[in-house]
Design a protein around this ligand. Structure first.
Ligand SMILES: NC(=O)C1=CN([C@@H]2O[C@H](COP(=O)(O)OP(=O)(O)OC[C@H]3O[C@@H](n4cnc5c(N)ncnc54)[C@H](O)[C@@H]3O)[C@@H](O)[C@H]2O)[C@H](O)CC1
Ligand SMILES: [K+]
Length: 521
């Protein structure tokens, strides 16, 4: 699902109005109907008071039109106009007239003395600012936002939490609506997925208002939200007359004394992801533990006892997953550096592998074509240097991936994979996955996909998605705290099966429990 910027949304509006021969007012009416249907199907006409705070732009217009539908269906509606400007939009004014025709007169709020009492059992509908916010709100509007946040009432934001810009960092963290739920018009916004702004969005759902599909399909976007529907066309089924040689050979290089488990997790994950063969390259201390716990993998031992000191093997892997549990021994760093410099086999570099690149940036230019880096936030900082905010972080990550022609997997609550100037935002995962070994499993899955012939980007997208999906399935049976990285491996088969489950109802683009969500690896 494409993620549009504000200009693209305005362009799509214009085009839709022209192409479909409708007025902008009719488009707003579609948005209001979708908002109404969503609320009505949940409240079923219940008597909960609905406090609707509307700005004077089109976001406010959505709110006023919604108020009319709710009034017509007998809801207990308390509409307010947050009168922050004299420049009202045409469709806002139009909907105000319609509401007044129904003998409903919103209360106008003009300054901080006007803040209404909001009972905590009320539902607040926030339609103050939408994607048109272009400067920090006035102080009294910030006070209103704080007042709403302090009310403890369930808060539903229309399109985007008010006070949040759609394309730049928050100006004042105390001046943004803390939304329990966001009903986002047509598509989710990038800011829902970045940690600094995403924390204001607990759950969200996109409401399709029928913007011209051909126009949307043609528009190229900087970001895409990856669900199984984006991935399924790239899935390769297992053919009958094939053997293990058709599915490639993953070599996992890593481990040091006390950290052999990382290699075991990555190796098993690669096998579970479908690699035909997996070899694990470890120091000598890894031989017995690996052979005894993972009989399906072959083990190659380095000459070093407790750490890898001189990488040498005589197999011909399709892909190499490298870095998990390596440690920081000087000999290890040297042999890994030399190896990266010489090899032409695509690598999936994780953990200490990434740190070695950060220390020796000259190696970045030597990375084999089709390689993938999977840093967590700390490793990313070592690689890119610090950033001022999430937008700057994204810009740096995008440029890094472009400069070195690698897939950069930026692991976070919503992991973003960067390639060729685009960011692919993952939709699965949960905070239970913030646990030791989770990243080793991810690197193994991605390598397992690459070994089967998937290109690096597709392998990364499948890997990140299935890793998160496996975590989501696992926590259903155990909760967040008890999740272990090995549960992610054990549930990978179920995650594959879930790819092919047909939903009972048409798929709804949604995401959520953001305060609790994320596929931290
Ligand atoms: N296709 C769609 O997604 C549709 C979305 N709709 C809704 O329209 C809003 C966007 O409406 P817009 O009028 O452009 O902006 P806002 O409602 O966000 O209003 C802001 C308004 O006020 C001015 N402004 C900006 N910042 C400030 C400030 N700090 N203080 C005072 N005034 C400010 C700005 O110039 C705007 O005019 C979108 O979010 C959806 O909710 C349509 O209903 C249907 C199509
Ligand atoms: K809003």
């Amino acid at each position: 699902m494409k993620i549009f910027n504000a200009q693209q949304i305005y362009d799509a509006d214009k085009w839709t109005i022209q192409r479909q021969g409708i007025s902008s007012d009719e488009l707003m009416e579609r948005a209001a109907m979708q908002l109404f249907n969503w609320i009505h199907s949940r409240l079923q006409g219940g008597g909960t008071p609905l406090y609707i705070f509307c700005g004077i732009g089109n976001n406010g217009g959505d709110g006023i039109a919604l108020a009319r539908h709710l009034v017509e269906h007998g809801y207990h509606v308390m509409p307010f106009v947050v009168n922050y400007s004299e420049t009202r939009s045409k469709d806002f004014l139009h909907n105000m007239e319609r509401l007044k025709e129904r003998k409903v007169w919103p209360v106008f709020l003009n300054d901080a003395d006007d803040l209404p009492e909001i009972p905590k059992e009320a539902i607040v509908i926030d339609a103050i600012f939408g994607i048109g916010l272009n400067r920090p709100p006035a102080d009294w509007v910030v006070k209103l936002i704080q007042h709403i946040n302090g009310s403890q009432a369930f808060t539903l934001s229309v399109d985007i939490p008010s006070g949040m810009f759609v394309d730049r960092p928050v100006a004042d963290y105390n001046g943004v609506i803390q939304a329990n739920f966001v009903l986002s018009i047509q598509a989710p916004k990038l800011v829902f997925f970045l940690p600094e702004t995403g924390r204001f969005v607990n759950q969200w759902q996109a409401l399709d208002i029928g913007l011209d599909p051909a126009f949307l399909a043609e528009m190229s976007t900087d970001f895409e939200f990856i669900t199984k529907y984006e991935l399924l066309p790239a899935y390769r089924s297992r053919e009958r007359f094939t053997h293990k040689g058709h599915y490639g050979h993953t070599l996992v290089i890593g481990g040091s004394l006390g950290k052999i488990g990382a290699v075991a997790l990555a190796s098993k994950a690669a096998l579970k992801a479908g690699a035909g063969l997996v070899s694990s390259y470890v120091p000598q201390c890894g031989l017995v533990p690996l052979q005894s716990q993972l009989p399906e993998a072959m083990v190659i031992v380095d000459q070093g006892e407790g750490a890898i000191t001189n990488i040498k093997f005589d197999v011909a892997p399709t892909v190499i997953a490298m870095g998990m549990g390596l440690g920081t021994d000087d000999n290890t760093k040297k042999t890994v550096g030399d190896f990266i410099e010489d090899t032409e086999i695509p690598v999936v570099l994780d953990a200490d592998g990434v740190n070695i690149l950060a220390q020796k940036p000259e190696l970045l230019l030597k990375l084999p074509a089709g390689s993938v880096l999977t840093p967590h936030i700390g490793e990313l900082k070592r690689l890119l240097g610090d950033w001022g905010n999430d937008f700057e972080k994204c810009e740096k990550a995008k440029n890094f991936s472009l400069q070195y022609d690698v897939v950069l997997v930026m692991k976070d609550a919503y992991t973003i994979c960067w390639y060729k100037g685009r960011g692919y935002i993952n939709s699965t995962g949960n905070p239970g996955m913030a646990t030791a070994g989770s990243g080793d499993v991810l690197a193994g899955i991605i390598a397992g996909f690459m070994s089967q012939g998937y290109d690096a980007l597709t392998a990364a997208l499948f890997g990140v998605y299935l890793h998160g999906s496996s975590g989501d399935i696992a926590v259903e049976g155990m909760g967040y705290q008890a999740l272990l990285a090995s549960d992610l491996v054990d549930n990978l088969g179920n995650a594959f099966l879930a790819l092919f489950e047909v939903p009972q109802a048409p798929p709804q683009e949604s995401g959520g429990q953001n305060g609790q969500g994320g596929n931290q690896a």
